[in-house]
Structures are given as structure tokens and as C-alpha cells.
Design a protein around this ligand. Structure first.
Ligand code: CUA
Length: 335
């Protein structure tokens, strides 16, 4: 009973308007189509449900009356009203199913057919447990790489090619578009047309190993001007650090083990196994949405990643407190 008492609270939370990870607060054309399909299904199924309950109630009342009149609650199979009722009920089911099938077919066509010709091209590759993100630069055609934070221009369609480097993952930003799997050895495509600016949260939606739950994706819908500025900043290689502590951090990163897995454009770090860190400090979170970006979080993640995300491919890096501070300063300055 005590658990039941929590139910209104849970329902109120799930109905939270403007939620940043909710298919019920659409912020994209594709999610809006799915949202309308959700309400169509809710209406048809809710109507049917009420009809069934009403029929059951009426049947029970009638049976009780018959029993008091004849001592026998069962109905007469030869009753013509019964046959008519069953035929009407079957017809209603057919109509209801036809509405649902038509609705879902139309929504699916809308989502699949929204492919704009001038769509921005992005590649997202799933890794255990983070997201590699590459933008096709509209100016040069070159690929610009980043990780774990997806920026989308408001009102423009972004076509994302989804792939995986290891196991099956699933890309889902519920406010903006449908869910789609990332499957090793093939490319799936999903279009996202955001209609509301702001931060949203995506999450891997296919169990992919022990840290599946910590495979989140920060999504920022920018105005076109903001997006152009952001893309221009991502295009640039990392700026050499001015601060002496950060300069020491740069040395530690490029000469130590970090550079074996991570790339920082403009430095000698060219590893490909882990996320690109060129503009790491400009991101909102660390370790695919696991920790909020801060110097403490960065140091904790680097020195004890297995404590933060047990099973992660990121190995612990043995650093003195002073060195950990220098490395975190350098990384946080990579805006
Ligand atoms: Cu990737 Cu679950």
C-alpha cells in the first residue's frame, strides 16, 4: 500500500512537461509524429478498454437479475441479441485495428520520408560505452570528430549514420526522434529535425554490457548561429596552453599513456581507441554523461576510472596529485 501511495508522484514525474528525456515532450518533428501516434493508440485502446469494462459490468448486472428471476445465471445461446452483439464487437475490433495500423504506417512513412536533401551529415559510432561523433564539415567536406555531445541546428534536418565498433547499441534521444539500433557491420540512418532549442538527453537503449546505463549522450539543439559558431570552434585544432600548469598537463598527456588512445588535434596525441579530446573542456559531462564536467570529476575519472565506471576500457592513470591537477587543467582548457 505504501508503494501504491508513491504512484501519484511517479505519474506526476513522468508527466513532467518539458522534460529533457521524454517522448511526451517532443522537441523534434519525428518525435512529434510519434507523440501523436502515442495519443492515437491511447485513445483507441482507452476507448476499447472502457467498452470492455462497461460490457462486463452490464453482463454481471444482467446475470444477477436473471439469477434472481430464474435461479439460473447463464444466458440462452439462441438469443439473437447475443449474436448481434458479438458481430458488432468483432466489427469494432476490426475498425480499431485498422485505425491503429493506418496511423502507425503513416507515422512510419513520415519519419522515414522526412529526408531533406540538404541535411547535415553526421556519423555516430557506438563504443562500449561512449559515442564517437563525426560531422561532415559543410564548408570543406572533411570530417570533424568529437565525442559524447551531439549538437544539432534548430529547424534543420540532421541525418545521422549509425554504426557500431563492437556490439549492438541503440541511439535514442526521445525528445527529438525515434530509437534506432547501431549494429556492427551495417549503417542505419535516422533523421533528426529539432523544433525546440535547449539541452536534451539521449541514452543507449540496447543492453550492451555492464556500463550500458552509463552510456548517455548530451544533446544540445543550437540556433543556426550558435551551431555555426560551435562547428567553427570544433573545426579548429587545440590551442597551445598559456598557463604553465596546463602546459605541464599537455606534456603529460602527449608523452604519457593518454596519447595511445586519445587524439587531440594540433598535438602529438593521435590515438583512435578512445574519445577525441580536442575540445574536451567545452563539453558538459565526462565519461558519456556519467559525471558533470569539473576539475574534480576529470581527475577522479583519469586516476580511478574503474571506481566511476567499473568495466570501462579506460585504464587508470597513475599520476601524482600535482600531475593530476596539471592534466585536468590542461583538459579543461581545451574549449
Ligand atoms: Cu550501448 Cu547500451
Amino acid at each position: 500500500l505504501r508503494r501504491l501511495a508513491l504512484l501519484p508522484g511517479v505519474l506526476a514525474l513522468s508527466a513532467c512537461e518539458g522534460g529533457f528525456q521524454s517522448p511526451l515532450a517532443p522537441a523534434g518533428e519525428q518525435a512529434a509524429s510519434i507523440h501523436s501516434l502515442f495519443w492515437l493508440m491511447m485513445a483507441v485502446c482507452g476507448f476499447m478498454y472502457l467498452l470492455v469494462l462497461a460490457g462486463l459490468g452490464i453482463g454481471l448486472l444482467r446475470a444477477r437479475r436473471r439469477r434472481s428471476e430464474t435461479g439460473e445465471p447463464s444466458i440462452n445461446p439462441a438469443d439473437r441479441g447475443l449474436t448481434r452483439g458479438l458481430v458488432a464487437w468483432a466489427a469494432l475490433i476490426v475498425v480499431g485495428l485498422a485505425v491503429l495500423i493506418t496511423g502507425s504506417f503513416l507515422v512510419e512513412r513520415t519519419i522515414a520520408g522526412a529526408r531533406a536533401r540538404d541535411a547535415l551529415e553526421v556519423r555516430v559510432t557506438g563504443h562500449q560505452w561512449w559515442w564517437r561523433i563525426q560531422y561532415r564539415d559543410p564548408a570543406t567536406g572533411a570530417w570533424i570528430e568529437t565525442a559524447n555531445e551531439l549538437h544539432l541546428p534548430l529547424g534543420q534536418t540532421t541525418r545521422i549514420a549509425l554504426g557500431s565498433s563492437d556490439v549492438i547499441h541503440s541511439f535514442w534521444v526521445p525528445n527529438i526522434a525515434q530509437k534506432l539500433d547501431l549494429i556492427p557491420g551495417r549503417i542505419n540512418r535516422v533523421d533528426l529535425t529539432p523544433t525546440r532549442a535547449g539541452w536534451f538527453r539521449g541514452q543507449c537503449a540496447e543492453f550492451c554490457g555492464v556500463q550500458h546505463a552509463h552510456m548517455a549522450l548530451d544533446v544540445k539543439v543550437d540556433t543556426p548561429e550558435e551551431f555555426a559558431r560551435w562547428l567553427a570552434s570544433q573545426r579548429r585544432p587545440a590551442t597551445p596552453p598559456a598557463d604553465p600548469a596546463a602546459a605541464r598537463g599537455l606534456q603529460l598527456v602527449t608523452r604519457g599513456q593518454c596519447a595511445m588512445c586519445h587524439a587531440i588535434r594540433g598535438t602529438q596525441a593521435v590515438g583512435r581507441a578512445g574519445p577525441d579530446l580536442t575540445h574536451f573542456g567545452g563539453r558538459r559531462s565526462v565519461a558519456a554523461g556519467t559525471l558533470t564536467m569539473s576539475r574534480g570529476a576529470v581527475q577522479g575519472w583519469i586516476t580511478q576510472p574503474q571506481a566511476v565506471k567499473p568495466g570501462t576500457m579506460m585504464p587508470p592513470v597513475a599520476l601524482s596529485p600535482a600531475d593530476a591537477d596539471a592534466v585536468s587543467r590542461y583538459l579543461m582548457d581545451l574549449k
